[in-house]
Write a protein that binds this ligand. Structure first.
Ligand code: PMP
Length: 306
């Protein structure tokens, strides 16, 4: 029995009252799109800040449109519903939000036309996602699917079988996380995060045409590096061994936040510890998630009335 509420079809309802049929196409074929959002708890001011809500819901609407699972709720409805949900569940710690748009039609066959589209959002306490503060990663033998297979800029539930296979393989090989290559053997991303490398004074990250999810944290890291650190940022195709030769490698993502990678395929990256650039970006990142930085205050939606 859960005391939690969820946002379901535009209303706040008890989580236990929402049922999903074994016949649902979402369950049978993975026909859905989703988001992962964080809300950061400010202990000092007893306030919760939902982070980059608008960006996440714009991406959710775009994902839904791409796979023909359009729904009526607007970005504003979703932002408002999220704040109400966090309040209703009295979330008073850093919380993860999981909005899912799914095809709940129940006849046989993987179809996306005339879908019975449902929208649900649930909350989950989440402090750190990575079990460690410095990660070792391995390049997986599984390839990231391409735009004409399972569009990676769409955050589709079905795509996470690809992620899970990669994570399974690399965890069994003793690594903390996986790195995907594309079919063209370019570095792509982690199982649920984007990747950056720093070399010769430049920050480099795989370009959006290399089958990455266009990460919201990635976009913020690029902005922080350019505007706050004055760094040159290059979006281009990256080769596997560039990771071995980099001075620094780090991940970015909503769950992963900004986390250094200190080993790739059993090669030490840089000094083998978090580098200066990653450290500075991390400080800038955590220095704005609680609305402390006036330039980024609009990214943080306060939940509780003060
Ligand atoms: N790539 C993949 C495959 C992901 O699942 C995520 C997490 N949403 C990311 C990158 C990072 O995206 P964001 O910064 O928007 O969370």
């Amino acid at each position: 029995m859960s005391e939690n509420y969820v946002f379901y079809q535009g209303e706040l309802v008890k989580e236990d009252d929402v049922k999903i049929s074994v016949r649902s196409k979402a369950f049978n074929y993975g026909l859905g799109v989703f988001e992962g959002i964080r809300a950061y708890w400010d202990d000092k001011n007893e306030q919760l800040y939902a982070f980059k809500l608008k960006d996440h819901y714009e991406r959710l609407k775009q994902s839904a449109k791409t796979v023909n699972l359009d729904f009526d709720l607007s970005v504003e409805d979703l932002c408002k519903g999220t704040v109400e949900l966090l309040k209703k569940n009295n979330c008073r710690q850093t919380t993860y939000l999981r909005p899912i748009v799914y095809n709940d039609s129940q006849d046989i066959g993987p179809t996306l036309d005339n879908a019975d589209v449902k929208v649900v959002i649930y909350t989950q306490p989440l402090n750190k996602y990575a079990g460690k503060s410095e990660l070792s990663v391995g390049v997986t033998s599984w390839r990231r699917l391409s735009d004409n297979q399972l569009p990676p800029r769409t955050k589709a539930t079905a795509a996470y079988l690809n992620s899970a296979l990669a994570a399974l393989e690399t965890k069994r090989a003793g690594f903390d996380e996986a790195i995907f290559l594309t079919d063209a053997n370019h570095v792509c991303e982690g199982s649920g995060e984007n990747i950056f490398l720093f070399k010769k004074g430049k920050l480099v990250t795989p370009s959006t045409s290399d089958n990455i999810l266009e990460g919201i944290t990635r976009e913020l890291v690029i902005k922080l590096a350019q505007e706050e650190l004055g760094l040159e940022v290059v979006e281009r195709s990256v080769s596997r061994t560039e990771l071995y030769a980099a001075d620094e490698v780090f991940f970015s993502g909503t769950a992963m936040e900004v986390t250094p990678v200190v080993e790739v395929d059993h090669r030490t990256v840089g000094t083998g510890h978090e580098g200066e650039v990653c450290k500075k970006i991390k400080e800038l990142f955590f220095g704005l998630t609680l609305g402390q930085n006036p330039k980024y205050v609009e990214d943080c939606t306060p939940v509780y009335d003060k």
